[in-house]
Design a protein around this ligand. Structure first.
Ligand SMILES: *[C@@H]1O[C@H](CO)[C@@H](O)[C@H](O)[C@H]1NC(C)=O
Ligand SMILES: *[C@@H]1O[C@H](CO)[C@@H](O)[C@H](O)[C@H]1NC(C)=O
Ligand SMILES: [Fe+2]
Length: 245
């Protein structure tokens, strides 16, 4: 008898957990990260229009399992630094879209520079990864407990055409300089007293700044070579340089 009750109880617990699990899964189906965020934002706006409260929205999938109360003392990032991180995420996403536009431009049949196109598409992918790594970092620090609807906005891309490869590489270098400055500012914010977020500052310095500085040097070198080739050989120089990318 006791055994029977115990197994019934176990079954009920498993079924409940499975329900919550399925619910969580169905919320994560979409493949694209940015698309998912955008969809979430649209849903949120729709709900707001229908004047449903945030709580009502969460209720859908909450089931009957109460969120256990555990200490939040480990969640200790400070506001200015969090705000800076969120800004940096958007900065990386913006850069990603700008590179995407560059890749698309050099892919045009009327432009046809496959080397440049591939180079910029790769850069776009890397920037998006930089953005999502920072989202992961915030999550690791317990800072993604609420809706992420306002975390990422799809930017409008400022520029979509370039006179030649050199103009695009020059813009890419400017973009990287802007991102580098933004990371440096974020580091300064987060290392300030009383925050002293050593771990994050170490990560931003060792991983993000490291990549920025090497990336800038690489772009500067490429731009120099390309300009030399174009000075002596014009379009042929650009055509040949494209093969090296
Ligand atoms: C939405 O609902 C709240 C409370 O239920 C109410 O105070 C508020 O005025 C409503 N907003 C609109 C736009 O109807
Ligand atoms: C991202 O780009 C948008 C333009 O679409 C701009 O308004 C916004 O300030 C940019 N954000 C950052 C952090 O650079
Ligand atoms: Fe980046």
């Amino acid at each position: 008898m006791v055994k029977l009750i115990a197994s019934l109880l176990l079954l009920a617990v498993v079924a409940q957990a499975y329900g919550d699990f399925k619910c969580a899964l169905s919320k994560q189906e979409s493949k694209s990260f940015v698309r998912e965020l955008q969809r979430e934002r649209e849903e949120h706006q729709l709900k707001e229009k229908q004047n449903l409260s945030h709580e009502g929205q969460d209720q859908e999938c909450k089931g009957s399992l109460a969120v256990p109360e555990i200490t939040k003392d480990w969640v200790d990032m400070k506001d200015a630094c969090i705000k800076g991180m969120r800004n940096q995420i958007q900065e990386e996403i913006n850069a990603s879209y700008q590179y995407l536009a560059m890749g698309a431009y050099f892919s045009r049949d009327t432009v046809n520079r496959p080397g440049f196109a591939e180079h910029f598409f790769k850069a776009a992918k890397e920037e998006r990864e930089h953005g999502s790594k920072l989202v992961e970092y915030l999550s690791m620090r317990g800072q993604l407990t609420e809706g992420v609807s306002d975390l990422i906005n799809v930017p409008t891309v400022a520029k979509q055409e370039w006179t030649d490869g050199a103009a695009a590489l020059s813009d890419a270098l400017d973009l990287e300089i802007k991102v580098t400055k933004s990371i440096r500012k974020l580091i300064q914010t987060c290392e300030n007293k009383p925050y002293n977020h050593y771990h994050l500052v170490d990560y931003l310095t060792g991983v993000y700044l490291e990549e920025q500085l090497h990336g800038q040097r690489e772009l500067a070198g490429k731009l120099t070579t390309l300009k030399k080739m174009m000075d002596t050989n014009g379009e042929l120089g650009e055509f040949l340089f494209d093969k090296t990318l």
